[in-house]
Design a protein around this ligand. Sequence first.
Ligand SMILES: Nc1nc2c(c(=O)[nH]1)N[C@H]1C(S)=C(S)[C@@H](COP(=O)(O)OP(=O)(O)OC[C@H]3O[C@@H](n4cnc5c(=O)[nH]c(N)nc54)[C@H](O)[C@@H]3O)O[C@H]1N2
Ligand SMILES: Nc1nc2c(c(=O)[nH]1)N[C@H]1C(S)=C(S)[C@@H](COP(=O)(O)OP(=O)(O)OC[C@H]3O[C@@H](n4cnc5c(=O)[nH]c(N)nc54)[C@H](O)[C@@H]3O)O[C@H]1N2
Ligand code: SF4
Ligand SMILES: [Mo]
Length: 677
Amino acid sequence: MDDNKETIITSCPRDCYDGCGIKVIREDGKISLVTGNPDHPSTRGPLCGKCGAAYNGAWRDENERLLYPLRRTGAKGAGQFERVSWDQALGDIAGRLTEVSDQHGANSIFNTHYTGTCSAIAGDFPSRFFERLGATEVNPDTVCNNAGHVAWNYVFGDSCNGFDPRTAKDSNCIVVWGANPSHSAPHVHKHWLKAHGAKVIVIDPVRHETAMAADLHLQLRPGSDAALAFSMLHIMQRDGLLDHDYIENHVLGYDDVSDVIKECSPQWGEENTGVSAMLIEQAAWSYANGPSVLWMGQGVQRQPTGGNIARALAMLPAFTGNIGKAGTGAYYLNRTVAMGGRRGTSPAYEPEDGHSDGPPSVSQMDIPDLLQDSDRVRAYMSWNCNPVASNPNQALMRKGLEREDLFTVVVDCFATDTADYADYVLPAASFLEFDDVNVSYFQLMVTPQVKCQDPMGESLPNQEVFRRLAKAMGYTEPELYETDTAIIKETINESGITMNWEELKQVGFSYVSEAPLVPWADCAFATPSGKIEIASTRAEADGLPLVPFAQPDPLPSDGTFRLLSPADKHLMNSSYGNDERVLKLMGPATVLVHPDDARGLGINSGNMVRLSNETGQIALSATISDAVLPRTLLSSKSRWAKCEESNVNINVVHQARKTDMGESTSVHGTEVRLELI
Ligand SMILES: Nc1nc2c(c(=O)[nH]1)N[C@H]1C(S)=C(S)[C@@H](COP(=O)(O)OP(=O)(O)OC[C@H]3O[C@@H](n4cnc5c(=O)[nH]c(N)nc54)[C@H](O)[C@@H]3O)O[C@H]1N2
Ligand SMILES: Nc1nc2c(c(=O)[nH]1)N[C@H]1C(S)=C(S)[C@@H](COP(=O)(O)OP(=O)(O)OC[C@H]3O[C@@H](n4cnc5c(=O)[nH]c(N)nc54)[C@H](O)[C@@H]3O)O[C@H]1N2
Ligand code: SF4
Ligand SMILES: [Mo]
């Protein structure tokens, strides 16, 4: 390689199953290319299209990035600011937070954050500041996956102990239930899913690329998953495919559901899910014969009864013993490194009642309403997220953020839809600009995040922003000032990997164990009984049914459609929505409509249609496709509203309705009317 050219090995910190390895080429001290690390076992070649574009586009473009602290000069929402110094910004923010805290209580300061970057320090360290402050935390998982977490915590006592993808070579069947890896995990889709000879079964209302590549696709009606699980179990019960030894020794609740299972024949399943009885039979046999992995995606639990669905799905591994052995597993997320809360947050993924000794917490679903309440919310601090683009009830979000008596601070790398409402915008350094550690939630692997250039402009890593703000507040606790070097060392130690930081930077990844792991091999489940609790007295004490039920959601009422708005192939939530090449790749915002519905409404591909409900309305370009079911619409999530002519995205019709468990989002339960414009 040329003398002036060097390669740095780093990794991608996005909220993505893949956890890719990255190679950065630097010429004359400047980044010239960000590309995939072919030696990384998940990536094996190029980055995904969106990162390949944005990491060589907006993320390194001084005209796109936020470079300096900004103070608002125009109306809230107008995005008009003037440049100020860090000292001015932090001094004023500290003064305002102290004033709000003294006059209204610290819990009227709302801390809103999520996974803009998932790296260990930049993702978690700022929470130390907010815990010290006593701010109310907007429970981040409630906009994403909390129903599934709460449900599987009832059942297994842990929702993040799924399976080791390295053991897939021992699997005969992999069921992908309500995930779309072709969008949300492109390298897993391309290199892992079909690589082991296991039969792949996809269960999803949409015929997406992963469904098309699968051996079986069960295209069920949205929200009918519990019915499908009960019907599959009926076949296993009828044909003697259940593992009664395993049930006897390690499961509570079979007797409580076995009579219901007996009633859920394949014909009943067909009527209640829309999937043919024959396909239900085939899926049941393949799964029960095993060894089988169940991958419960995040899409499936974003339904009004998402918690019940997750508990119903858990019956499959529990009653067939497809758990605790190589080639089996019940995967939702993996917790690669048990951090013990040392990075400063309450332990991740506790059921809500586990937050009792953490900061006060509210659901993201309550935020649009709460923002209207001057007594309850006086300051809104948003970092690592873009709630105007991502939250439900976009119009009400905007109305709340327009309040003159609300003090708003946004920390981001870009001038997002949310940043436009801030009193202060603070520029965050990107993952290419500081050292950190990434831990994947799919592969059991730790990867280094390595500084490749100085932060752009005056931007700072999140952790440094909040160290400086802590200082401006006069806080003295040492944990608020712990150095990155110390935290990296701790993270590596706790992960159990044998490499040190220098070795990790050379190699680019390290598995947390040399041999593949088999979660729950000891059958010691983290529930009160130590067994898998299909019957959960904890759930019952929380006002929920003792056991899961089979009923599907009712069909959409006359004239309405069920709107699904899952991950866009070209975006990472709203991230990259401002990148020029990504915008070109995406084209105009569309909605998929089934041919039968289109015919009835006189809609042709390319026509503009209106989706509306009592929450809002949006105009989209129609694409007629039988990849969706009748009375179901598909339009992907989280484009930048301000990059649209209409200044709205799909979340303008997204109702803030909570799931049955975990006060989480039921975005895929949204109902809309559809009309030709
Ligand atoms: N309609 C619909 N809406 C949805 C969903 C859906 O399925 N349908 N899904 C929901 C889900 S699953 C999620 S997780 C949420 C996600 O919603 P959000 O949490 O709002 O995620 P993003 O929109 O990606 O916003 C992340 C922001 O972090 C910024 N960022 C990146 N790196 C850094 C950094 O180092 N420091 C700082 N300070 N900022 C950084 C990015 O520029 C970006 O603006 O959206 C939800 N919204
Ligand atoms: N390209 C890209 N990748 C991403 C993201 C992104 O925005 N873009 N977001 C990241 C984040 S934050 C998350 S949480 C993950 C999410 O990634 P996934 O776990 O794959 O979840 P989703 O994309 O929300 O939805 C997956 C599928 O759920 C299906 N679904 C909806 N309702 C139902 C139902 O009732 N039953 C069943 N069986 N399926 C249903 C949808 O049709 C969709 O195909 O992806 C991450 N990766
Ligand atoms: S977003 Fe996901 S697929 Fe794309 S580079 Fe990052 S880890 Fe890989
Ligand atoms: Mo998410």
